[in-house]
Structures are given as C-alpha cells and as structure tokens.
Design a protein around this ligand. Sequence first.
Ligand code: PLP
Length: 426
Amino acid sequence: MSDGLPPSNLFYQTRLRRPQLARGAGVYLWDSAGKRYLDGSSGAMVSNIGHSNPAVLAAMRRQMELSTFGYRLHFENEPAEKLATRIAGRMPEGLDRVFFVSGGSEAVESCLKLARQYAIARGQAQRWKVISRFPSYHGSTLGALGVTGMSLMSAPFAPMLRESPKIPAPTCYLDRDALTLEQRGLRYARMLREEILAQGPETVLAFIMEPVGGASTGALVAPDSYYAEIRAICDEFGILLICDEVMSGAGRTGRYLASEHWNLRPDIVALSKGFGAGYAPLGAMVADGRIAEAVIDNGGFIHGHTYAGNPLACAAGLAVLEEIDRLDLITAAEQQGQALKARLEATMERFPFIGDVRGKGLLLAFELVAERATMEPLPVGLNAHLRLVDIAYDAGLIIYSRRTRGGRIGDHFLVCPPLIVSDDQI
Ligand code: PLP
C-alpha cells in the first residue's frame, strides 16, 4: 500500500502502525523482530489468564478433534451446556439463563433486545427507552453505540442511530463542592430519577451501566452510595437494570462480577472479554429466569448470531473458568490489584501531572492532567494519550489509553495486566 500500512489495517483514530505479533506466553508478547512486551493491559482487558495457557490450549485441541461447529438451532453442545451451568452457578440468585454470543457488543445488543421483548411480553409495549451514562462504552454495533456515550465514536452515525437519553457518569472525583463523596454518589444516582421523570416513566425500559467503568471513563468507580440508590430507583419505576460487565466481569476487579462489590443485583448482565480471555471470541448475556421465561412463553427471543454457542469457543471459555478457579485468580486480582494501585499512587508524589489513580482489583487506571488542584485536562493537541503509549511501547510495556473528548475526563490510561501477574512483574 502507498502509505506502507498493511491492507488489514483500518484504524479509526489515526494511521497507527504497530509491530507484528509473533507469539505470547504468560504476561508477555513478542513481536516478529523478537522484542518482548509486558502486556500491561491484557490487550483490551481481555487476556485475564495470560497468553498460551497450556490447559486451555489442550482443552481447545481436544474439542477441535470432536467438532468445531454445530448450528445452535440444529444441536445443543456439551461445552456450551457446561459453560452455561458454570456461569449461572456464579451469578446472583435467579440469574440463571445464559445466551451465548461472540463478543461484547453482541452481548449488549442481546441485553437491549431481551429487555424490550420482556416489556412486550408483560403488555408494556410503550416501554422502549434505555437510559445510559455519558461517558460510557457499550460497543460499536449500532444498537450498542446508541447507548454508548462517546461522541467521537457515534457522531458520524448520528442519522442512523437511536441515541439513548444519557445521564452524567459519576465523576465525583472531579467535583469541587462541599459535599462528601457519598453525598455526591447519591446526587449522581438521583440524576437517573430526574431523567426517568423527564422521559416519562411509563416509556422507560432499562438503565445500562458499567459498574466499574472501562475504556470511556478509565476504571471509574462510584462511591458506595451510588449503587444501592440506582437499584432502588430502577425498582421504584419497574425499570430493568442492565450491568455491562464485559470488561469488569470474570474476576478482573477481584470479584466474579464487579457488581458484587456492592451487592448490586442486575436483572440482565453482559459478559465477554475475560470469559474467552483471548482464546476464542466469546460473550454471553445472563438474564433473570423470570425475564427469559416470560419472553420464551411469548413466542421466544427474536435474536441470535450464527456463531453463537460455538463448541470450540465454549470449550475455551470453560477451560478459562477452570483455570481462574484452579489458580485462584479472583483472589489474585484483589491482592495484586492492591499492590499495583499502591505503586501507582506512590508515583503521584513524584509526578504532579498524574491527577488521579483509580479502579478496583486489576482494573486500574491513572489520568494525566495539566494541574492536579484543578484537574484541568491536558490540551487535546498534546495527544498525551497516544504519546505516552508510544513511550511505553519503546520500553517494552503495553498500556491502554483513551481520551474522552466532550467529557470532563482527560487523558487516561488503563493498567490491567493479566491476573497471573507476579510481584516482580508489578
Ligand atoms: N462493553 C464494554 C464495557 C466494553 O468495554 C466493550 C469493549 O471494550 C464492549 C462492551 C464491546 O465489546 P466488543 O469490543 O467485544 O464488541
């Protein structure tokens, strides 16, 4: 190609050229020139159990010898059944129906569609609005993008999108008022109530949020008060709570689901990333049995993808979950997360341009600012979110960066190594 980029390269942001991946093992990746990188972000917060895990590779090989595809409307398959049982066994009481897909956006689309079909099944067809937060990220397909709060990603598609009503994400750390953090948490949660009333409660179907923020907000955690208040408001108006745990699930925050930190019980959950852990494209929607049953009784779920419940992907997912338990990686995420967070916080003393360090478990982030006292973001033109990543690349470290234009959050960097990361590697 004339610009020297491989034909497979079509980045949305810039003409980035990255090294060619040769192989991976544990927390490390090597490029085709032999250079080693510590995968400090598990790719896009995916490779939770590290690369080339022998038990997962063996399980995939075994399944490959048996079957790699059976269409879901023709056959059930054992890996999918076992994986669904295993996932359901770790969900809050009653969330026992698992619907497989191949990624996070598909999982979110499934949640939105199931919620809508549930409203119809209950005779509430006037409910269709899904409230979400700004900033937020729920995926890049048109439905998931409609609930995503990232203007840069949705702007070109505005005429094709049904933009959901948005309330501000609980960026309490940026507020300069006399309130305590817990009071701020309540204030942000009550914005949901105001939005429901403004929209007309009888038209609102669901509220979707990331319990711990991901790429859009850089591991944003709300004060404890926020979560119980959100649940209470959803219950007050009969609105479904969808937790997007695509990034925060599968143990990354030190709990199986991040919502467990607050005993928050979602009605529907979206999962992906850490469940396939980079071994296979895999995602799932897990729904409350009463929601699934109502939809099934009303004619069935009108949704699905060809590769859903793929036996090879499910065999990989099952082996990943077995490894997470065998290696006690959820405990590791909590413990190593505390150690890594303490090290990141210690850098704040040396570097006044680090404005905030946040997150839970090994879903951690730091934010760069012009001035910590005011939390004024760095100028956009500086492109710090790209430049620091390049500096890290040169040093053999991969981190994940974003700048949420239009929001109050500036350049932020996710530091999310695989949950197998050792003390030395931290
Ligand atoms: N939801 C969340 C919270 C995510 O972080 C992502 C991806 O980053 C998605 C949904 C979309 O997942 P995918 O890229 O697999 O479609």
